[in-house]
Design a protein around this ligand. Structure first.
Ligand code: ZN
Length: 110
């Protein structure tokens, strides 16, 4: 019965669009992004050598305060001997986080 109540409550909220956001990403955004990419790195392999990803994960926020949008870069390396660097870009569009894929950097020595 609880799931029925949750559905009814959710339908009430779904009728009104969420308010437009402005400003930098929130702490909750950053936690969700970090956890999402930790899981993605845990189950992914290097696009160059096939070694597991997840050797260190860095989340870099780029927000200058003048524009409404922001961008977050997520970087990690593979566990292979070359430690290939992988990057993903997170953006916000229409009040939704868009998590880009982890891709190997163009330069092979990174
Ligand atoms: Zn690699």
């Amino acid at each position: 019965m609880e799931w029925l109540m949750a559905g009814i409550c959710w339908a009430t909220f779904a009728q009104t669009p969420p308010p437009p956001r402005c400003g930098p990403p929130t702490e909750l955004d950053l936690v969700v992004i970090r956890l999402s990419y930790e899981v993605a790195a845990e189950v992914s392999t290097c696009g160059r050598c096939g070694a597991p990803l997840g050797a260190g994960l860095h989340v870099l926020t780029q927000y200058d305060g003048r524009r409404r949008d922001w961008r977050i870069s997520v970087a990690t390396r593979c566990h292979g001997w070359r430690r290939h660097r992988h990057l993903a870009v997170v953006r916000e569009t229409s009040n939704e986080l868009r998590l880009g894929p982890l891709r190997p950097c163009a330069r092979s020595w990174e």
